[in-house]
Design a protein around this ligand. Structure first.
Ligand SMILES: *[C@@H]1O[C@H](CO)[C@@H](O)[C@H](O)[C@H]1NC(C)=O
Ligand SMILES: *[C@@H]1O[C@H](CO)[C@@H](O)[C@H](O)[C@H]1NC(C)=O
Ligand SMILES: *[C@@H]1O[C@H](CO)[C@@H](O)[C@H](O)[C@H]1NC(C)=O
Ligand SMILES: *[C@@H]1O[C@H](CO)[C@@H](O)[C@H](O)[C@H]1NC(C)=O
Length: 816
């Protein structure tokens, strides 16, 4: 796959790294939700009756018409006078099921309790309603309790009251906090867009590509780095037999961060008719490591299996080193096959006079473009007649663009669903060396700068000064404090989440940060937004979750254009901890029926394995609602059945309490890599416990003593670094934490080497301790950690999710 920050990681214990973002600061997010437990939408056609919810709500035109019919049926029972004083109320009450907050208004958010038949009313409104037209209630509701209360104003309005006054009708309409961002992707105080995810598949070994065949079946094909491709049906069940298994031929290893393996897969645009697909993988040929691009055919007898004997090698390229192997294959709108190679590896593209990437006679560090149509006879591919360097005798004719370092994940924009704007553009993430990660739009004949430039900055100063290089600058670059290995994504062009249209959504493999770029059509600039998992209740919809594993390996688009990504907690080709997630905008969906499609049937010859989701919403523990006052418990509420506060508030309280006091369980250390420091919510660590009376173990620690904690495997050579200063044990923040500091720690503890400096509470959070050191900078030669440069003991701007750790060893680490 990609460069994981220079040093290849040694074997790591199976630690779950989970990104559960947004479990912290900020007020409760408003949580629009319809009675079907989904986000609100803008109806396709205008609403005539409940027109107040024409722009955003939960009813389409058909439901609106039904409500209008109900309205007239009810009003038929009344005289003109009653009609004129009650019509407005009846309409209001009927239309509230179209409110974007319908689930709140009807107490429907807990699917296990009965839904109200009449929306929750604010007391003042209820009193007016009761005084003027209480007799209509029996037409609006078959709730016998309500009917019994018809003559009792107080009881009636108590019964219809919502516990959270913010959500009662009609005050919620004028509650600016609830309405101001309604229907928009909301951002938190730091500007981070709040999205959610849905688990789609799991148990995958470094899933690095998910593609569809554009054949109408809406199957998706997920490739694992070891060389196995699985077929999934639209209902998310998986076929027992793999689609393709070339694991025997594929060169990879269990080492975390090994960039070799099965790296890419794409279907011919005419796959439906010619059954051809293309794969990109690492292979050992004699003593050489190569990348190989091959063509396969689907089996003639089973549409879910590749004919393994059909392999035809299209192209092989020698790889001088084991990293930077590229791996993307795609067909762009011109029907040609694009191949994205890496620069050959090592660091700084050291090959030849000025590296491979700037050398147009090398196939490495390039975007190649070939024509594989009608290749059944003759050569496996031809050169498209408009490839840019055909006239350059020193250039390989396959070269389409150059100056590429190691593009990891590229995609073709489908274009705006209506205007087709943007259609055909190719977006790539190009992994940087040691300062910047970049996103590029690939154009014919262009130079993307490497190794002269990295992002917007010069890397090789001499080459960079040569203006004749004429590089194309990235549309966006970010420094390594935000992430160290970009994973290119897709421009969202799906149907279900109209707010996301036009956003290029991508991520970072190392930091787990999810990001979006949006084009400003006037200036041509790309504006950056960070994407966070929805805070608080934002993702509290059935089936949605608010966390994902840190190592974002790849993005994907399904046949309908919806967006997915794949990540894992352990980036090893043999660890089955990869998950496929679908991105979901909880603030707005498309109107019902708009995104409907009928997948073509799939003929099955292998068993189906049902999908079982494993991930859960984190930090939001929806309590079972107090029993709503059902008939049996009414009319006089027994004192033991006191109405508790609204479940929403209850939930928030719970949630705050939990966050404030309980350290996150060890198995799911949160990594808040993509949120800024949570200073405002960092729990205050309780004072260190004075040792209890009685059996008190006498032990005197020296200032600066170290211990390694938090390793469940009981291995003494690795753990969270804890330091003893001034009579107290505390943790070390991972800001500036690096292998030099880790080396000092390991030597101080009697080991010869540091294998790894771990960050972000890799070994769990030392939540019960104070954070004693921050910004530690060691030369590597200090006798103990406390000798290294650091600010005053106890001053920091960190949370325990940034606790530093080490892995030590006595064998010199092998640097691949
Ligand atoms: C009341 O009406 C709703 C639908 O209008 C129905 O689902 C429910 O069963 C009815 N309840 C009773 C007690 O008749
Ligand atoms: C893939 O093939 C290898 C041998 O070529 C075999 O050991 C392995 O079990 C196969 N995997 C699956 C999932 O069929
Ligand atoms: C460019 O690459 C080719 C093919 O690898 C190599 O033979 C040649 O020496 C390189 N040129 C320079 C100037 O490094
Ligand atoms: C600048 O680049 C051009 C084209 O690659 C090359 O011919 C020329 O020698 C370079 N000049 C310097 C000073 O490196």
């Amino acid at each position: 796959m990609r460069d994981v920050g220079g040093r290849r990681a040694a074997w790591l214990p199976p630690t779950l790294l989970l990104l559960a973002l947004g479990l912290g600061a900020g007020p409760a997010r408003a949580h629009p939700q319809c009675l079907d437990f989904k986000p609100p939408f803008k109806p396709q056609e205008g609403l005539e009756f409940c027109s107040m919810y024409r722009e955003l709500g939960c009813c389409d035109a058909a439901r609106d018409a039904e409500l209008m019919a109900t309205f007239y049926t009810i009003m038929d029972h009344f005289s003109y006078h009653a009609y004129s004083s009650c019509a407005g109320y009846v309409q209001d009450l009927l239309c509230q099921e179209c409110s974007p907050y319908a689930a709140h208004l009807f107490d429907a958010e807990d699917p296990s309790t009965p839904v109200r038949t009449v929306p929750g009313l604010c007391p003042d409104y209820c009193s007016r309603f009761w005084l003027r037209c209480r007799s209509v209630i029996t037409f609006l509701s078959n709730d016998t309790v309500l009917a019994d209360l018809e003559q009792d104003q107080h009881g009636f309005c108590e019964y219809l009251k919502l516990d959270d006054a913010d959500y009662c009708y009609p005050h919620l309409l004028s509650n600016r906090e609830l309405t101001k961002d309604l229907g928009r992707v909301t951002a938190d105080a730091e500007g981070c867009l709040q999205l959610c995810v849905e688990e789609v598949a799991n148990g995958l070994r470094n899933p690095l590509a998910m593609v569809h065949a554009a054949d109408g079946t809406h199957r998706f094909f997920v490739a694992e780095q070891v060389g196995v491709v699985w077929v999934y049906l639209p209902d998310r069940s998986r076929l027992e037999k793999p689609f393709l298994n070339i694991s025997k031929a594929v060169l990879t290893s269990p080492w975390e961060g090994d960039e070799r393996g099965f790296l890419g897969l794409t279907f011919h645009p005419n796959y439906k008719y010619n059954g051809k697909l293309y794969v990109y993988y690492s292979v050992e040929v004699g003593i050489h490591e190569r990348i190989r691009i091959s063509e396969f055919h689907v089996s003639t007898s089973d549409m879910n299996i590749v004919d393994h004997t059909s392999e035809r090698v299209i192209l092989e390229i020698d790889e001088p080193a084991s990293n930077h192997n590229g791996g993307q294959l795609l067909f762009a709108d011109d029907g040609y096959l694009y191949i994205f190679t890496g620069d050959g590896g090592m660091a700084g593209d050291p090959f030849g006079k000025f590296g491979n990437s700037q050398n147009k006679s090398a196939l490495l560090g390039k975007v190649l473009r070939i024509d594989v149509d009608d290749n059944n006879r003759g050569p496996p591919y031809r050169i498209p007649p408009d490839n840019p360097f055909l006239q350059d005798p020193a250039a390989r004719p396959e070269v389409f663009a150059y100056g590429v370092r190691n593009m990891w994940r590229c995609s073709v924009d489908r274009g705006d669903p209506v205007t087709k704007e943007g259609k055909g553009r190719i977006f790539c993430g190009d992994v940087g060396q040691n300062k910047y990660e970049e996103v590029d739009i690939i154009e014919r004949g262009k130079n993307y700068g490497w190794r002269a430039m990295e992002g917007f900055a010069c890397y090789d100063k001499k080459l960079c000064a040569n203006s004749s290089l004429d590089d194309v600058l990235p549309i966006f670059a970010y420094p390594h404090k935000m992430g160290k290995s970009v994973t290119g994504g897709y421009v969202y062009r799906g149907c279900k989440y109209p707010n996301l249209n036009g956003m290029y959504i991508f991520g970072d493999f190392m930091s787990g940060r999810m990001m979006a770029l949006q084009e400003d059509k006037e200036s041509g600039q790309w504006n950056y937004h960070e994407i966070c998992m929805g805070r608080g209740l934002t993702c509290a919809f059935p089936g949605l979750i608010n966390n994902y594993y840190q190592y974002i390996i790849s993005f994907a688009e399904d046949e309908a254009g919806e967006l997915y990504f794949m990540s894992t907690g352990i980036p090893s080709a043999t660890s089955a901890s990869g998950v496929v997630y679908k991105l979901v905008d909880p603030s707005r969906r498309a109107p019902p029926g708009k995104c409907h499609y009928d997948p073509l049937p799939v003929r099955l010859k292998s068993k189906l394995i049902k999908f079982e989701p494993k991930e859960t919403l984190m930090g939001v523990d929806i309590p079972t609602k107090r029993s709503r006052l059902t008939g049996e418990e009414r009319p006089s509420p027994a004192p033991t059945q006191t109405i508790t506060k609204d479940w929403l508030q209850e939930l928030l309280n719970l949630f705050n309490e939990e966050w404030m006091t309980t350290p996150v369980p060890k198995t799911t250390p949160t990594v808040a890599a993509t949120t800024t420091k949570m200073t405002s919510t960092t729990p205050k660590a309780p004072k260190p416990c004075k040792s209890r009376k009685g059996r008190r173990r006498k032990r005197k620690y020296k200032n600066g003593a170290l211990r390694l904690a938090g390793n469940t495997e009981g291995m003494s050579d690795r753990g969270r670094v804890e330091i003893f200063i001034a009579g107290e044990w505390g943790t070390v923040c991972d800001d500036l934490w690096d292998i030099k500091s880790a080396t000092v720690v390991c030597r101080q503890l009697g080991f010869s080497y540091a294998l790894r400096a771990t960050k972000q509470a890799w070994f769990g959070e030392g939540g019960h301790l104070r954070i004693l050191l921050d910004d530690v900078q060691c030369e590597g030669t200090e006798r103990q950690l406390l000798d290294c440069k650091h600010p005053r003991v106890g001053t920091h701007n960190c949370g325990h999710h940034e606790d530093a750790g080490v892995m030590c060893g006595n064998v010199e680490p092998v640097d691949y």
